[in-house]
Design a binder for this molecule. Structure first.
Ligand code: NAD
Length: 390
């Protein structure tokens, strides 16, 4: 149980790039990072507009001297301070992640980067090599990976509660962009513009979330072949897709599907992972994150509730309040940031093993997300054909 007791000796001196006033995800990073006093926000280059960024930083009680006009100035100035930043979170549009992550690693900082980490496997591998060389962590914010019921799902699969795994069906299919809302909304506009969003929209923006959850639940699964079809139902978004279907074959015969959509009219979030075994299935849905459906063939369906003693111990470790009180997105992100801090502190004292035991999305998750999108595009853009996974 997490009850606020400090587990990290002194809070990690932390900055943000992006996540400024009016941004979609900035507040969630800040609330997650400071929830357990594991991080202290001491600097930032919060906005593409320096004046607005400074004003915003000051409103967060960041020292005005440490509200910087851009990330380059911040990394240089902070490196000169004895109390300079140790870690940075990057919450900017996708097209900037690679350059900012690279600069941060070169400045000797731990990095927490939004997904997608970058646009090509070559860039992702370069970041992995640089992180290794600098002995720094790169974490990626697949936010729901911090939720306790994802750990429960992983434990149930590992312990054979489902029997032999046969299929995994994933989706992240919301309806918020069923019309061309980008005409009025800047947060959506860059998402459908390849100059800022890269070569895909929903595959990179949405699909990589449930994909990563499936990787947490089923760490042994390796994709061998894949087939993807993508569409732009709002025509002005072409060549970027607002809907995509992916079928996957995994080594050993397991089958997978993933539906990613921003035009699933009427749906709120629609992020679900269903894992089907020879005896039973489990299903998790981000809109009801505290409940995990457990359906044993021939028996009445069960709903497992977060925080209850019948769960596996690892699913109880990160509870903040007992069962019945709803926890969700904020707690899940806080659990991730809490573990990021533990991993960074361990790395700083030369303990490389700890990060591997914490179930956190690290550079490998970032690389694999980019690789998966690259494979999907190769299939889709060759006529939605089956391809060997590279
Ligand atoms: P947004 O457009 O709402 O906000 C982007 C922010 O970054 C703005 O404050 C903007 O001024 C700032 N910015 C842009 N370029 C900058 C630069 N060079 N230097 C400093 N600041 C800069 O975008 P958003 O929806 O908050 O998305 C940001 C990132 O977070 C994207 O990569 C997106 O994919 C990701 N995201 C992740 C999740 C998740 O669940 N993990 C959810 C939403 C968004």
């Amino acid at each position: 149980m997490i009850n606020g007791e400090l587990k990290v000796k002194s809070p990690i001196r932390w900055a943000m790039v992006g996540g400024g006033r009016g941004s979609q995800i900035g507040y969630i990073h800040r609330s997650a990072a400071v929830r357990d006093n594991s991080f202290q926000l001491v600097a930032g280059a919060f906005d593409i507009d320096p004046a607005r960024g400074r004003d915003f930083g000051v409103s967060l009680r960041v020292d005005p001297q440490r509200c910087y006009p851009d990330y380059q100035t911040m990394f240089e100035a902070e490196a000169r301070r004895p109390d300079g930043i140790q870690a940075v979170s990057i919450a900017t549009p996708n097209g900037t992640h690679y350059a900012i992550s690279k600069a941060a690693l070169e400045a000797g900082l731990h990095v927490i980067c939004e997904k997608p980490l970058c646009f090509t496997v070559a860039e992702a591998e370069e970041l992995r090599a640089l992180a290794e060389e600098k002995d720094r962590l790169v974490c990626v914010t697949y936010g729901y990976a911090g939720h306790q019921m994802i750990r429960q799902a992983k434990a149930m699969i590992r312990n054979g509660d489902l029997g032999e795994i046969r299929m995994v069906n994933m989706q992240f299919a919301h309806g918020f962009h069923s019309e061309a809302v980008e005409e009025a909304n800047p947060s959506t506009r860059w998402r459908v513009d390849p100059r800022f969003a890269g070569p895909s929209y929903v595959l990179g923006d949405l699909a990589t979330h449930p994909l990563y959850l499936s990787e947490v639940m089923l760490p042994e699964l390796k994709i061998s072949r894949l087939m993807c079809s993508r569409q732009s139902f709002v025509r002005s978004r072409a060549p970027l897709e607002d809907n995509a279907y992916v079928m996957m074959e995994y080594e050993g015969g397991v089958m997978g599907t993933l539906w990613a959509s921003a035009v699933n009219a009427g749906s709120m979030h629609g992020q679900k992972v269903r894992v089907i075994g020879s005896k039973a299935s489990i299903e998790w849905w981000d809109e009801r994150p505290n409940q995990l459906l457990f359906e044993v063939q021939g028996k009445p369906s069960q709903t497992l509730e977060r925080g209850m003693d019948y769960l596996y111990p690892e699913a109880l470790e990160d509870d903040r309040i007992g069962g019945g009180h709803p926890e969700g997105l904020f707690e899940s992100w806080s659990n991730l940031y809490y573990r990021f801090a533990l991993a960074m502190e361990a790395r700083d004292r030369g303990d490389r093993a700890m990060a591997g035991n914490l179930d956190i999305p690290q550079i490998g998750a970032g690389v694999e997300g980019v690789r998966w999108v690259e494979n999907c595009l190769r299939s889709a853009d060759n006529g939605a054909v089956w391809i060997d996974y590279e």
